[in-house]
Design a protein around this ligand. Structure first.
Ligand SMILES: [Ca+2]
Ligand SMILES: [Ca+2]
Length: 397
């Protein structure tokens, strides 16, 4: 009760402080009168996820689907869970849309309260949380997109949240960012920004009067479409895994001589999405031709195996515990097929696949997190061209 009260207060603050951001156009009454056949994506007229637990049809007897946000026809390109509000132990969900809005979605008793905290005008796509600003308690969130602007997003302990532009890259699109302690040549942690046309930058909170300093680290031959930060090694710095349009999965580390890139795996198709196992030794990747690969760090280097050959255009990949049996290795996959598929493997067995959900349009991102608190399996979140975020949760075990 106290929590919902606080968010009502917070919502008032946000809507009164922010520029006149549009909320999803709920006023398109004409669309509501269109009769839609009983497809899996249809929803009840009153199924507003801000008011009720808005269930959707699932494709699996073991999984429930429900709506997190319906953004009308505006695509939601990236969805990730972060711990944002310092007051709460639970995570919040972040969604970036085609109008440059960043939605922070707060789960409360099966409902989702949306907070728009940015309107950049054109799509946002890059999204990461990390510790790049020692002046801010706890990790910060960073985002950017087609306008070439990098923002720091913060929530405040005593209420409110905001977005601050900290760097600009005119003529470049921001596709991927990571934040953390990577480069020993730098006196501070940093945000690394990967752009299109291919280049990358180190952005540091070391300018005068609280400003940030951007430094180009060089051109990149191919756009980085996704990046994962693994746990810090004995040096205290974190290796980064990248997926690039040139078909390569690479590991990026810095030493006193600068960035050191090493190839993990190369195919003749673009690489799009990455996911990591919980121990940081296993990384999964997609290729645009539909293949999913598993890369395991061993004493003799990275070993790669093919996990799955699915539909062309995978655009979402998540790893985590999606099965009640902790021995099962689990992956979830989404993409241009519109299907969310679960891949599971028992020790020594072959991978099994199951369709969990069919969205109303092509998928673009997938993530996982613990949100329902009901069981010991993670929830899966899907977003994309369908203009909404859908939560998939395994029924109570
Ligand atoms: Ca900080
Ligand atoms: Ca759960």
């Amino acid at each position: 009760m106290r929590r919902s009260f606080y968010f009502c207060f917070l919502l008032g603050l946000v809507t009164s402080c922010a520029s006149p951001t549009g909320t999803p156009s709920s006023g398109s009454g004409a669309a509501a009168s269109t009769t839609v056949a009983d497809h899996s994506w249809s929803k009840a007229v009153d199924a507003d996820p801000a008011k009720i637990h808005a269930r959707l049809s699932s494709a699996s007897a073991d999984w429930e689907a429900s709506l997190v946000i319906d953004n009308d026809k505006t695509g939601i390109w990236t969805v990730k869970p972060f711990s944002f509000f310092p007051q709460y132990a639970t995570q919040e969900l972040f969604g970036l849309d085609d109008l440059g809005r960043c939605w922070v979605l707060v789960s409360y008793s099966g409902k989702w309260t949306p907070f728009p905290i940015l309107r950049d005008g054109v799509w946002l796509g890059a999204l990461a949380q990390g510790e790049a600003d020692p002046r801010v308690a706890g990790p910060e969130v960073y985002t950017g997109g087609a306008a070439g602007r990098l923002y720091q997003l913060r929530a405040y302990h005593d209420g409110g949240l905001d977005a601050r532009r900290i760097a600009a890259f005119p003529g470049k699109e921001l596709h991927t960012v990571v934040a953390g302690e990577f480069d020993p040549r730098n006196d501070s942690p940093e945000v690394l920004v990967f752009t299109r046309p291919g280049a990358w930058y180190r952005v540091s909170p070391t300018g005068e009067h609280g400003e940030w300093v951007s430094e180009e680290l060089g051109p990149l031959q191919a756009r980085i479409r996704d990046a994962l930060v693994l746990s810090a090694d004995e040096s205290g710095r974190s290796p980064i895994i990248t997926a690039a349009r040139d078909g390569a999965i690479r590991e990026l580390r810095f030493d006193a001589g600068g960035p050191q890139w090493s190839l993990i795996h190369q195919v003749g198709q673009g690489r799009g999405r990455l996911a990591a196992g919980s121990d940081g030794r296993v990384v999964y990747s997609t290729a645009d031709d539909g293949r999913v690969f598993r890369h395991e760090r061993t004493a003799s280097g990275w070993q790669t195996e093919l996990v799955y050959s699915g539909s062309h255009g995978p655009r979402g990949l998540a790893a985590g515990r999606f099965h009640p049996d902790p021995q099962q290795e689990c992956l979830a996959l989404f993409g241009y097929s519109g299907r969310v598929e679960l891949l599971t493997r028992a020790p020594g067995q072959a991978w099994q696949t199951e369709v969990l959900f069919v969205d109303r349009d092509k998928g673009h991102w997938l993530c996982a997190g613990e949100f329902d608190g009901r069981n010991n399996t993670l929830e899966i979140f899907a977003s994309g061209y369908g203009g909404r975020i859908v939560m998939l949760s395994r029924g109570a075990d």
